[in-house]
Design a protein around this ligand. Structure first.
Ligand SMILES: *Cc1c(COP(=O)(O)O)cnc(C)c1O
Length: 359
């Protein structure tokens, strides 16, 4: 059974990427691995807009999301919550035994910088988490405005999730003063799942030195120590690193600016299609994501029936709503390698499937 995913993660992986993974294994302490690791640093640093090292974690994004808390939160963390992933981050902080404040917004609303300022002004916090692009609701917060507020509080270490927005648009880590910027392999980068990629500021590492319970697997200082030798703390998922190298070559070949433009264009193509069909965006339209569209199911389409037709007749799959939004929203990804042609193919198949359902 072969079909193509247009859900917002994991997303479709190209044949080229799959082939890149199928290379012979090398020892993770060998000069060959060091060469591989070091060869991808320059492009990674370019995409992170950083001079800090970029680490590779053999885990999904959650590993680094949890690990970051364990490394830097000593007083209290402020969790900005506006969707399924950011809500869960608060739960994870509590499970790690951290004092945590919940700054809640309705799903579909962005994180409000003024509310962040009010909360951080209490002086209670030494860290903040937020998600740039809440994939569950297709909501993209204003990262520039948020970081301008966070920078007013020099004791607060920022941990920012860009799992579904990294490489979709410029996110300038150093310029914005982001301490820990993280992403995962299976969303915007169009790689298979299993690798998290993150960059950490010097001051976040300084903070980590004072944490006595940072554990081992996600210890930022272990990542740094090994990075200095072109390696990772434990045996990494080498096939995914081959895939990452191949993907970075693709990105360089397309041109980073062209990649950003493509994502905006494809996103609007899908949005316009949805509007023409009589659907509305679920999030506040001023904060609609540019890596996916989350539509409100304003026409009460039977989404599981729609996906059944789409999959069986056209070999394509979209998402029928995340968590509590199941059935009420649907999401279409335009991340990764999608082109005008592949999006047009999906929209045509959707048209035909809707017709078949008489909607
Ligand atoms: C998918 C996703 C995650 C979780 O990633 P895992 O790979 O399952 O750990 C976290 N944050 C955002 C914004 C996501 O879209």
């Amino acid at each position: 059974m072969s079909y193509k995913l247009f859900i917002p993660g994991p997303i479709a992986v190209s044949e080229k990427t799959l082939r890149a993974m199928a290379q012979p294994m090398i020892g993770h302490r060998s000069p060959d691995f060091v060469a591989l690791y070091q060869s991808i640093q320059p492009t990674l640093q370019k995409l992170f807009y950083t001079r800090d090292p970029v680490y590779l974690s053999t885990s999904s994004a959650w590993g680094v999301m949890e690990g970051s808390l364990r490394n830097v939160v000593q007083k209290k963390v402020l969790n900005c919550m506006n969707g399924a992933f950011s809500d869960k981050w608060h739960d994870v902080a509590q499970r790690c035994g951290k004092a945590a404040g919940a700054l809640k917004f309705d799903w579909g609303q962005p994180v409000d910088p003024e509310a962040v300022r009010r909360e951080l002004s209490t002086g209670d916090y030494d860290a903040i988490t937020f998600i740039h692009n809440e994939t569950s609701t297709g909501t993209m917060s204003d990262i520039i405005a948020l970081m301008a507020v966070v920078r007013e509080f020099p004791d607060v270490i920022s941990i920012v999730d860009t799992v579904s927005s990294f490489s979709v648009l410029p996110i300038k880590k150093d310029e914005l003063g982001i301490d820990i910027l993280l992403t995962g392999s299976q969303k915007a980068l169009a790689l298979p799942p299993g690798l998290a990629i993150f960059s950490v500021s010097e001051r976040a590492r300084q903070r980590a030195t004072r944490a006595t319970d940072r554990g081992y697997y996600f210890d930022l200082l272990e990542f740094q120590k090994n990075h200095e030798n072109g390696m990772t703390p434990s045996t990494p998922v080498i096939p995914l690193i081959y895939a990452l190298k191949s993907k970075l070559e693709d990105i360089e070949a397309e041109g980073i600016a062209a990649r950003y433009t493509r994502h905006v264009r494809l996103n609007h193509t899908v949005r316009d299609w949805g509007f023409a069909k009589g659907f509305k965006l679920f999030p506040d339209p001023a904060f609609g994501s540019i890596s996916l569209n989350c539509f409100a199911n304003t026409r009460q389409v039977d989404l599981s029936a729609l996906n059944k037709v789409l999959k069986s007749k056209h070999g394509l799959v979209i998402d029928g709503g995340y968590g509590k939004l199941k059935g009420q929203t649907f999401r279409i990804s335009n991340m990764g390698d999608e082109t005008d042609a592949t999006m047009a193919e999906l929209l045509l198949a959707l048209d035909r499937s809707l017709l078949e359902l008489n909607v």
